[in-house]
Every structure is written in structure tokens, then in C-alpha cells.
Design a protein around this ligand. Structure first.
Ligand code: AMP
Length: 195
């Protein structure tokens, strides 16, 4: 079962992905986490993407697609992948479909966490206070939200046309959100087992 957790920054994708890892043994593939790890270990890639990430803009498709391909190869026996923060552009979505197809797999379900903008801004302001992530500052956050609206949200109709899109209320308490996600996963699993 391969699923995409979809939504703007701070919608709760990472929190929900971690619960699915703990409860179902899925592998979480967060390109944001991978890029942050590259930065903190000071790799060439990390140095290259640092400024772009801090500004709130997207790094190149080529970079994140390579990171995802590498991870898919590292976990051939995974019971499922949760794509968190990927794909974020049409080119990434196409590359993901192709990468999975080459491995005899596919995206089964895309779960959109719906949240409203003022609530998001409040979440980010709190996270900036708690964690001090440079790209959570208000200017960068605005750019991240813009990138989501302009480059990532256009993927929604594409996944809807494939009957893969489900929406969950991301404003509900964490446990209610995960219950709703579980329901979607059970439904997708049933469909997958019917072939
Ligand atoms: P995130 O933690 O997912 O919000 O990612 C933090 C930052 O990493 C983003 O603002 C982008 O600069 C970069 N990033 C993460 N994932 C992607 C992606 N799929 N495509 C392009 N840039 C990404």
C-alpha cells in the first residue's frame, strides 16, 4: 500500500506519517526530512539546497526525485511507503508514477489533509517559536504557502481524475485525523485486494 499524504506545510503530514510508521510498519519518505538531514551532515547536496530551503522555495525536481528513487531501492521489502511532502509538482508526480511502475508498484491512495490558512499560520508561528526552523519565519512561510498553492495544489485534480483522492479534516484532533486516515487506508486496501 503506497500512499501520499497531501497538504500544505504544517497540515500535520509528518505527525500522521509517523503514526502510520509506528502502527503499520510503513516506510515514511519525507523529502523535507532527507534534505534537512543532508544539511545537518554538511554534504554537498545539503550546502546546495540550504539557501533555497530557507527562502521557502522548492528545490529542483531532479534533486528530490533522485532522493526518492534512492530510498525506494533501499527498501524493496517495505509493506508500503508514505510519501510525505512529495510529490510537490506535476513533474514529480509523473516521476513517482514511473519510478513505482518500474518496480511493479503504484500509488494506491492520496490523502489530502484539509486545513484553513489562518490556522496554518498559527501552527507555523508556534512551531517557529518551539523549533526555530528558519523556513518557518513568516516571510518564508508565505513563500512556502504560495509554492503549495501554485505548484502543488494543481496535482489534486489529477489524482481525483484517477479516483485516488480522499479528503480528511486536518483541523480535527490528531487522533480523529488518524482514525479518518485509517478508514481511507482500509478502503484502499479492500479495493487493491479486489485487483
Ligand atoms: P517540508 O519539511 O516538506 O515542508 O520541506 C522543507 C523544504 O524542503 C521545502 O520548503 C522545500 O524547500 C524543500 N522540499 C521538500 N520536499 C520537496 C519537494 N518534494 N520538492 C521540492 N522541494 C522540496
Amino acid at each position: 500500500m503506497n500512499l501520499i499524504l497531501f497538504g500544505p506545510p504544517a497540515a500535520g503530514k509528518g505527525t500522521q506519517a509517523k503514526k502510520l510508521v509506528a502502527e503499520r510498519g510503513f516506510i515514511q519518505l519525507s523529502t523535507g526530512d532527507m534534505l534537512r538531514a543532508a544539511r545537518s551532515s554538511g554534504t554537498e547536496l545539503g550546502l546546495k539546497v540550504a539557501g533555497i530551503m530557507d527562502s521557502g522555495a522548492l528545490v529542483s525536481d531532479e534533486i528530490v526525485i533522485a532522493l526518492i528513487e534512492e530510498q525506494l531501492d533501499l527498501h524493496p521489502e517495505a509493506p508500503g511507503f508514505i510519501f510525505d511532502g512529495f510529490p510537490r509538482t506535476v513533474a514529480q508526480a509523473k516521476a513517482l508514477d514511473a519510478a513505482l511502475e518500474r518496480r511493479g508498484a503504484q500509488v494506491h491512495s492520496v490523502i489530502r489533509l484539509k486545513v484553513d490558512e489562518p490556522a496554518l499560520i498559527a501552527r507555523i508561528a508556534k512551531r517557529f517559536e518551539d523549533e526555530g526552523r528558519a523556513d518557518d519565519n513568516p516571510e518564508s512561510f508565505k513563500i512556502r504557502l504560495d509554492a503549495y498553492n501554485r505548484q502543488t495544489a494543481p496535482l489534486l485534480p489529477l489524482y481525483a481524475a484517477q479516483n485516488k483522492l480522499s479528503e480528511v479534516d486536518g483541523m480535527a484532533p490528531v487522533e480523529a485525523v488518524s482514525a479518518a486516515i485509517s478508514k481511507v487506508i482500509e478502503g484502499a486496501a479492500q479495493l487493491a485486494s479486489k485487483g
